[in-house]
Design a binder for this molecule. Structure first.
Ligand code: SF4
Length: 399
């Protein structure tokens, strides 16, 4: 597929761009780091003929280590960090005394961000400024982690493995690169490209031992893992948002209702955050998203916080995942991620000990000056060409 305007389905293979990684891995002066997105663990075994029991995150970490990477990190950590910043940003907005015409929209899906910027540019100020999990993780890799291991940022070669094709473009956006050493992420590979890379090593993957991700950017929670499926970002953010607002930890399953979207183009739910009424909606697929945006603009629905994922079902159904002709596996993969969440020892991002340590040692607190500098972005710093087919009510106000 080559005509997706947001890049979410653009069929680009970056085999050539792996070459710098191969050079880096053979260069003793370079430290190589790989991070793996939540949705990748739900699908990687499909391309290697692994049973669900064998295709564990621990075995994936082991396979990547055998490919030669010095450090194998989990983007779930970046997802937990995104929750901390985005939940804090949302609560600040809910208590700032201003009347917001539109809800705050999640911004971790670059396909959606490009859609909004090109189709509804007058709503860009309502996007969360929090970077995506891969963006936050990448900046922390070349700042906090680089300091920890005593290696300059320009001696770290950083790769992400994503279920997504739009993420390949995201890493080149200048306002998302804050570590001061070129791009914070050097290369992004899709799940399919990673599978090809592992295959090329001729590993007996099924019999590799399970190994943990590296620390300090590899410890994560059940909240981080559900980022990979529709409704998961909202659910994870509400878990921590409620804690920040009410000062007490809710049951981790309190916010499940937002995920039930099958009967309607989008799902919705309302909550009470210690006296603050919070109306939420979750949508995936851009046709559904357009319906929701039009309803919001016509004043037919009112929400405070909306999660949008460009791919139907969220990242588990992303354009970089294994393809099975005539079969759609997003829902099955989504259930795998929810199972991993249910089995996790920690299910709240704010309880992640490595996240707590990162704030203690480096960032201070969510939305601090340092957090704003490294973990947030100004969406007005880069522009998308406008769609030639804008809705009639769209106002164009380029800043
Ligand atoms: Fe990429 Fe996920 Fe968005 Fe699809 S839903 S474009 S895979 S970030």
């Amino acid at each position: 597929v080559t005509h997706c305007p947001t890049g979410a389905l653009h069929g680009r293979q970056d085999r050539k761009r792996v070459y710098p990684w191969e050079k880096a891995i053979n260069n003793p002066d370079i430290v190589t780091v790989v991070q793996v997105a939540p949705a990748v663990r739900a699908a990687w075994g499909e391309g290697l003929n692994l049973s669900r029991e064998r295709a564990t995150p621990g075995r994936l970490a082991a396979a990547l280590r055998r490919c030669g990477f010095n450090f194998v990190f989990d983007t779930n950590f970046g997802a937990d960090l995104t929750v901390m910043e985005e939940a804090s940003e949302f609560l600040k907005r809910m208590t700032d005394g201003q009347k917001h015409r539109y809800p705050m929209f999640t911004s971790c899906c670059p396909g959606w961000v490009r859609f909004l910027k090109s189709q509804y540019p007058d709503m860009v100020d309502d996007l969360s400024t929090s970077k995506s999990p891969q963006g936050m993780q990448a900046t922390m890799t070349k700042t906090y982690f680089a300091d920890k291991i005593g290696v300059p940022a320009d001696k770290i070669f950083s790769i992400s493995v994503m279920p997504c094709l739009a993420k390949k473009s995201e890493i080149a956006i200048p306002s998302l690169n804050d570590a001061g050493a070129g791009q914070d992420l050097d290369v992004t590979l899709t799940t399919r490209e990673m599978i090809a890379m592992i295959r090329a090593q001729n590993l007996d993957v099924a019999n590799l031992p399970e190994e943990p991700f590296d620390s300090p950017l590899g410890v994560s929670t059940g909240a981080g893992v559900i980022f990979g499926t529709t409704g998961g970002v909202m659910e994870a953010a509400l878990r921590t948002g409620y804690y920040l607002a009410a000062g007490e930890t809710p049951s981790p399953d309190t916010f499940k209702t937002v995920c039930r979207t099958e009967a309607h183009p989008w799902g919705e739910a309302a909550y009470d955050f210690a006296g603050i009424p919070v109306r939420t909606a979750v949508v995936s697929g851009l046709a559904n998203t357009r319906q929701l945006i039009r309803a919001l603009r016509r004043g037919e629905v009112h929400y405070d916080f909306v999660e949008v994922m460009a791919c139907p079902g969220g990242c588990v159904g992303g354009g970089g995942q294994p393809i099975h002709d005539g079969e759609e596996l997003a829902a099955i993969r989504g259930r795998r991620l929810h199972n991993l969440d249910r089995m996790a020892n920690i299910r709240f991002s704010h309880e992640n000990p490595e996240i707590q340590r990162l704030y203690r040692e480096f960032l201070g607190e969510p939305l601090s000056e340092k957090a704003e500098r490294y973990l947030h972005t100004d969406h007005h710093q880069w522009e998308m060409p406008l769609s030639p087919h804008l809705d009639e009510d769209v106002r164009i106000e380029r800043k």
